[in-house]
Ligand binder design. Structure first.
Ligand SMILES: [Zn+2]
Ligand SMILES: [Zn+2]
Length: 142
């Protein structure tokens, strides 16, 4: 069993339900690594099968102009904050998605996008600051 690539902004894609077993080929790299992304791909064309490695290294984002979230960056009060373009790319196009109601606020702390840790059902997305390690829950209401 190959281990998954590291996603700096999504701690545990397996427990988030973002990974499925499949023998199908990834539409980006053409390989069939046995594990594929299980989630929504926001792209012009319909993309069914992507492997986690092509998401992590940005090749799926480049090839399909894909994003994996319908999200915006927000502060403690869930007000939108603007971030540099690299932050949008790193988080929304190179991070494997997880199931949410949409759109979601992605917590920013210490001027950095936080890491998504887990979900407390039914409505809390738990983030942890990558700088000061404070945790914060963002509501994801349907
Ligand atoms: Zn791939
Ligand atoms: Zn912080």
């Amino acid at each position: 069993m190959t281990s998954l690539p590291h996603f700096p902004y999504h701690r545990d894609p397996e427990s988030s339900g973002s990974i499925r077993s499949s023998d199908a080929a990834c539409e980006c790299c053409g390989k069939a690594p046995g594990l594929l992304y299980d989630g929504v791909v926001y792209a012009e064309e319909s993309v069914q099968n992507l492997c986690p490695w092509c998401i992590a290294d940005g090749s799926a984002a480049d090839k399909f102009d894909a994003e994996f979230f319908d999200a915006y960056f927000c502060d403690d009060d869930q007000n939108e904050v603007k971030m540099p373009p690299e932050a949008y790319r790193e988080v929304f196009s190179r991070t494997i998605g997880f199931p949410t109601f949409n759109p979601i606020g992605w917590w920013v702390h210490c001027n950095q996008p936080a890491e998504y840790v887990t979900r407390n059902e039914p409505y809390e997305m738990v983030f942890e600051c990558r700088v000061c390690h404070q945790r914060h829950a963002i509501d994801d209401l349907d």
